[in-house]
Design a protein around this ligand. Sequence first.
Ligand SMILES: [Zn+2]
Length: 121
Amino acid sequence: MIGSPPNYSDNTVCPKCHTQVPLETVEVRTFFKCPHCCSLIRVRPSYLAAQTLISQCVGFCISYSIGLRWAWFVLLGVVFGILVGVFYTLLVKYLVPPRLEVYYPKSTRDTTVTTLDLNQK
Ligand SMILES: [Zn+2]
């Protein structure tokens, strides 16, 4: 947000330089660069998996609570789950800050960021 001070959490610490990363900088669904050391980091995959599971459960609860059953229950449950997931992604990092880990691209296709990190193995 423009004009507001950055939010920090003890959880969002860069695994390489051990400085806190502002929550506004944290990208939940993809990797990003640490604003201090420029290492590629990401949110732990277990955090993303839990977030997806919770979003889908909420989506199916909404689908059930409005009286849908069988095929419509499943179909709209998935749709509601995706919609809940979009809003959840925007808010959850402030409510439950994720832990971060170093991101190692599987191939050069996975990243558009060029780094020259001579210490990386
Ligand atoms: Zn760093």
